[in-house]
Design a protein around this ligand. Structure first.
Ligand SMILES: Cc1ncc(C[n+]2csc(CCOP(=O)(O)OP(=O)(O)O)c2C)c(N)n1
Length: 741
């Protein structure tokens, strides 16, 4: 190991290489033996009771349990109050039983195939579930909270999530030096060496808004210890490693070796040792008997991050409603003024930035907002309400498209910065905006973990371009899309994914909305029951929300709704690029003041809406293409014949509002128009749902780009030609005549 820091080298010499450093007192030896007894007999017990069940036992590395317990004892002694852990499957049940001290009967219940799950969701295998436990540390008599994060099979994926949650717990306690909250990550040696996310996580360790001030990493190294039963208990390692496993089978288990040694040197007697074993075996047997009384499995008992007070006593949302998301005019004006100013003295900003701030001031005076100002209004309003806002991602402080500028830089004093959003009110929640390292997998995992700590925070991760989120696909698939179903854990993380076909090439165009939509759990073929609280209850049932807003006001509202909802759901927002500066993409304060709210659908409200029976075609669309369509409709003078309706919330699908819209135009062609290629975008998601609304009686025609392998062309001319082509089809009122659907 090469370390070029002298202080660190000295520390290792002192702690590991000083002669006699491994000498234990008799008391310590007896504790070690007792902990080994638990570690070993727990696995033996499971093996006896469920010999044909996979459990990923710890046999061969039983010392991990005393090692972890020693780390926790020592940490508690040094003032740590909360330890957050992440680990793979090997030995996990043992850690739950003997380190975190989950009730044994709850672990044993998980082996009973007859027990039905009490909670909604699909659940997960027992060696993935999480746990949260407040207990007294026996060595120090101090209170300590231990949390083991739920994780998927994907090795090491939980690493950044643990770090994010640890950072959040430190942040909310004001533990800036990490003296009260810490994390422990356990790794297998192969996964530790091979999985890139390990390094993406390490890379966050020195960044101010991401550091947890050090993590203890424990590598369960098969080169040093061994796996007595191969990969899992159903495995036959002799098939492939006969000679090594002949040696392994000859190994005397560590408990026997250590007990023999302590008996030989008189530290314990054989009788004491046997009594210790009998005592623990009895504990297991009694728990096993109790586990038989359980009639139902509670996944909620395995929650790693409870949110006290947020839900009612049964863990349900306190209501099924959401108040209007608008805010007062005074608040809008105040936030607009601060967003246009430099709230500290003698601070010289760049001339280009002065222009941007002047434009913001002008907008505030005129009671309008663009995209950046709408976002400012949403974030700022939360800070007043005591909601912490955190925005993380590559270049987010400035904004990839240089539109945000949440951190001002003094042009004359190096590294002097100012965050005006933190100068909104004397008493306000903090705003954290932080440029991340160049990682998606690690950073998105981190933010997801951060968002787990508290429901009273808006945690947003922004991709540089939406296209790059796919390097974080594991966090999206394994945690964000399915986390609640597997682990009954809510999470309100917001993904901001710049998206739009603007001729910028195959990797700077598409946030791949089709992938999010394909993983959405709302049923395409069943028209839902539309009750009074349909909007909110539909959100409650879904696994995540996918939106593509066409106005700054709607972006403002959807951010506000995220926190005003009585539960938390991941929110995927396809955000604009060219619309950030589009002269038409502005909203009036009137659309944001108290009483206004998020619009899931923005219906046509022009000439066509006034004489719906004369309308020949209704074009449904989402996002930026709306502006191209409106311009083209005007050019072709078709404002009476063609209605254009915007879908702002794509998933869960606003069946109710679209039904109203469809019924309003009974004689019109129905068209779905998108700028994305046919095999991407939204078409495959919206088509069956539209058909469900009309009971398969009317076709929904496709207008957009042809199917393609790459998300977009890199050739500007090809981009413009294909745009021209589909706009022509969109307004050719004979385009579908005589065609069968
Ligand atoms: C990302 C990922 N790739 C592959 C696997 C399949 N897998 C499960 S355990 C394992 C071996 C892990 O070896 P190591 O990290 O040394 O831990 P051990 O199981 O030996 O304790 C593999 C490849 C996985 N779970 N996750």
């Amino acid at each position: 190991m090469f370390i070029n820091d002298v202080e660190q080298c000295q520390w290792i010499r002192q702690k590991f290489e000083t002669p006699g450093v491994m000498k234990f007192t008799n008391e310590e030896k007896r504790t070690l033996l007792a902990r080994l007894v638990r570690s070993m007999r727990f696995e033996d017990f499971l093996a006896r009771k469920w010999s044909s069940e996979k459990r990923f036992g710890l046999e061969g590395c039983e010392v991990m349990i005393p090692a972890l317990k020693t780390i926790i004892d020592k940490s508690s002694e040094m003032g740590i109050e909360y330890v957050i852990m992440g680990m793979p499957h090997r030995g996990r049940l043992n850690v739950l039983a003997n380190v975190i001290r989950k009730e044994l009967e709850q672990i044993f219940c998980q082996f009973d195939p007859k027990l039905e799950a009490a909670d909604e969701g699909s659940g997960d295998v027992k060696y993935h579930l999480g746990m949260y436990h407040e207990r007294i540390n026996r060595a120090t008599n101090k209170k300590i909270t231990l949390s083991l994060m739920a994780n998927p099979s994907h090795l090491e994926a939980v690493d950044p999530v643990v770090q994010g949650k640890t950072k959040a717990e430190q942040f909310y306690r004001g533990d800036t030096a990490g003296k009260k909250v810490m994390s422990i990550l356990l790794h297998g040696d192969a996964a530790f060496a091979g999985q890139g996310v390990v390094y993406e996580t390490f890379h966050l360790s020195d960044l101010p808004s991401y550091t947890t001030n050090g993590t203890i990493h424990v590598v369960v190294n098969n080169q040093v210890c061994y796996r007595r039963r191969g990969h899992n208990e159903m495995d036959e390692p002799m098939f492939t490693q006969p000679l090594m496993y002949k040696q392994i089978h000859k190994q005397v288990p560590v408990l026997k070796k250590y007990a023999d040694k302590l008996i030989a040197d008189g530290t314990v007697t054989l009788q004491e040792f046997e009594e210790e074993i009998a005592k623990y075996d009895r504990i297991c047997e009694e728990a096993y008997t109790r586990s038989k009384d359980n009639k139902i499995l509670h996944i909620k008992h395995w929650l790693d991050s409870p949110w006290p007070g947020f839900f009612n006593v049964d863990g349900e949302p306190k209501s099924m409603s959401c108040p209007p998301t608008g805010i007062s005019e005074d608040l809008l004006t105040h936030i607009g003024n601060v967003a246009s100013s430099v709230p500290v003295k003698d601070f010289k900003i760049h001339a280009g930035l002065s222009r941007i701030l002047r434009a913001r001031l002008e907008m505030t005076k005129n009671r309008v907002v663009d995209w950046a100002l709408a976002e400012y209004m949403a974030f700022g309003s939360f800070l007043k309400e005591g909601i912490h806002v955190r925005l993380s991602g590559q270049d987010v402080e400035r904004g990839t498209f240089s539109h945000r500028h949440h951190v001002l830089h003094d042009q004359e004093v190096d590294k002097r910065t100012c965050v005006p959003m933190n100068h909104l009110w004397e008493q306000q929640a903090p705003y954290t905006v932080c440029n991340s390292s160049l990682s998606e997998y690690g950073v998105l995992g981190f933010e997801l973990g951060f968002a787990m700590a508290s429901p009273n925070a808006l945690v947003c991760w922004e991709a540089q371009f939406g296209d790059f989120h796919n390097t974080a696909q594991c966090i999206i698939d394994q945690f964000i899309s399915s986390g609640q179903a597997k682990w009954v854990r809510h999470n309100g993380i917001v993904l901001l994914l710049p998206h739009g076909m603007e001729g910028m090439g195959p990797e700077h165009s598409s946030a791949r909305p089709e992938r999010f939509l394909q993983m959405s759990n709302d049923d395409s073929d069943a028209y839902p029951e539309v009750g009074e609280q349909f909007e909110v209850s539909q959100l409650y049932e879904c696994n995540w929300i996918v939106v593509n807003c066409s106005t700054p006001a709607n972006y403002f509202h959807v951010l506000r709704r995220q926190i005003l909802l009585p539960f938390r759901k991941p929110l995927i927002i396809l955000t604009p690029k060219s619309l950030l500066r589009h002269p038409e993409a502005k909203s009036s304060f009137d659309e944001m003041v108290s009483g206004t709210t998020f619009q899931r659908v923005i219906p046509e409200n022009g000439l066509a809406a006034h004489a719906p029976h004369e309308v020949k075609r209704v074009i449904f669309c989402t996002g930026k293409v709306y502006y191209d369509l409106v311009k083209e409709r005007k050019n072709q003078d078709l404002e009476k014949q063609v209605a254009i309706t915007r879908l702002e919330q794509i998933s869960p699908f606003p069946f109710d509002l679209l039904k109203e819209e469809l019924e309003k135009y009974p004689d019109a062609d129905l068209v779905w128009c998108q700028e994305e290629h046919k095999n991407s975008g939204y078409y495959d998601y919206v088509k069956p749902r539209f058909r469900t609304i009309v009971n398969h009686t009317r076709p929904i025609w496709y207008v957009g780009r042809e199917p393609a392998a790459a998300a977009a062309t890199g050739n500007k001319n090809m981009h413009l030609v294909s745009l021209r082509r589909f706009l022509d089809t969109a307004f050719n009122l004979e385009a579908f005549e005589g065609k069968t659907f």
